[in-house]
Structures are given as C-alpha cells and as structure tokens.
Design a protein around this ligand. Sequence first.
Ligand SMILES: Cc1cc2nc3c(=O)[nH]c(=O)nc-3n(C[C@H](O)[C@H](O)[C@H](O)COP(=O)(O)O)c2cc1C
Length: 250
Amino acid sequence: MITPTITSLLNAKAFESLVQSRRSVRKFDRSVSVPEEAIHRSLQCALLSPNSSNMQLWHFTWVKSPEVRARMVPLCLGQNAAKTASHLVVFQTRIDLWRRHARWNLEQTPPSSGSESDKRRMQLMRKYYSVLMPLAYRTDPFGLNTLVRKLGSFLLGLTRPVMRLGGRGWQRVLLHKSCGLAAQTFMLAMQAEGYDTCPMEGFDAVRVKKLLGLPAGSEICMIVAVGKGTPAGVYGDRKRLPLEDVVSIV
Ligand SMILES: Cc1cc2nc3c(=O)[nH]c(=O)nc-3n(C[C@H](O)[C@H](O)[C@H](O)COP(=O)(O)O)c2cc1C
C-alpha cells in the first residue's frame, strides 16, 4: 500500500470539496459568460478519461454558437438548464470509428528497440488492436459476429474466466460507460474552473442529431449545459441513499 503523503491528503480534501460543491444546476446566470478557454481546458481534461481499450469511441460537440444553442432549447424539451446555459456540450459515442481508432492505436506503438521483451510487447499490441478489437466491434446484418462472440466466450468460459462478449447492446454499454466518464471529467473540470453544469438526458435525440448533422454511427450519451450557477438553479438539498445501502464489503 502506498502511504498517503501530506500533499496527497491535501489533494484528497480539495477533491472532496470539489465533488461536494458540484450540483446539477438548472438555472444559470445569463449575465456571466463562461470563457471559451475554460471549456477548452475542460474538454482537454475529458480526453484524459479512462476509456475502453483506449479506443476513444466518443465525440464531443461544443455548441458555442448562440443561434444553434437557441435552436437546441426546444430539442432539450425547453429545460431551464438548456435555456439559460452559456454553452452546451453534446457527448456522443461513435461506434463507427472503431476501425480508424484501432489503426490509430497501432500507429502509436513506439518502434521496437529490438529487445525480446519489446518484440513481445509489439506482438501483443498488434494482436490486441488487429485481432481482438475487430472481434469485439465487427458487426454484420445477420448477427453472425455476435453469435461467434457469444458462443466463443461461452465455450471458453466453460473452463476458465473470460470476458463475456455480446452483441450490439453489449457494444453500446461499452461505449456509453467510457463516454459517461468523459462527461463526468468534463463536469468536474468545469467545477474546478468555477462554473456549473447540468447533465441532461431529457432531449429529442433524433432532432438533435439532425440539427447538429451528427453521423448515423453516433449516439448521444448526454448533453451537458454549462454556465455560472444561481442559488435558484439548485433544486433542493442533495439526497443520497446511505453508504451501507449501496456499498457491500466482502
Ligand atoms: C445521465 C444523466 C442524465 C440527467 N438528465 C437530466 C435532465 O435531463 N434534466 C435535469 O434537470 N437533470 C438531469 N440529470 C441530473 C440529475 O437529476 C442529478 O444529477 C441528480 O438528481 C443528483 O443531483 P446532483 O447532480 O445535484 O448531485 C441527469 C443526470 C445524469 C447523470
């Protein structure tokens, strides 16, 4: 175990107060505009979020234009958070990018120094992104790839622990997990910048995709409204189930 240093304890306190101070804010102060640099920095932080196999199958559309933002309001069902936001960021999953990102990951592998361990590492990387990723993400109209994935993991799983691969639903969960983490990193980063956010799933996904010209392979995970919060924008005290109801220790 790593003994916490004074610095890490201080950081833990700072992190806790950041988490404590974040609330979903539904009414922003329209007289305060969030600087673009703060959004930019927070998006940079979001990029650093953990994600499945580093495939980064996500895309973030920053709605900066007041005209587009105004057109987004009815599509976000007229929610106050969207109405009063200074910016909106649409977090999307992008299953359609898997081939390109698998290739990109392969290209990032540093050249082998020629040592045996390096050669093995390269081989593993190649196998991971040119065999395993296609196995996980390939689809076909007849569901044959899904069948292979399910049957393969079922048969292998009879004798040893394996990751249970699945079909389209399983792939979507995979992508939304990573995208949700990116949205959370973004929200915490905005909080650290001194601004507030509201994640939203109350929107018309079909119309938002059309308005923003998002590709067919994209799926909106959530839309995050950003602005300077007002006390009226926080709807009541924060309520959470007690830790004992949620956490089990074995
Ligand atoms: C995926 C997701 C979708 C949400 N959608 C909405 C939404 O459409 N409208 C809204 O006002 N709040 C939305 N929320 C905010 C939640 O209601 C809020 O996080 C929850 O009540 C806890 O409050 P807190 O964020 O202030 O701690 C959403 C939160 C998440 C994580």
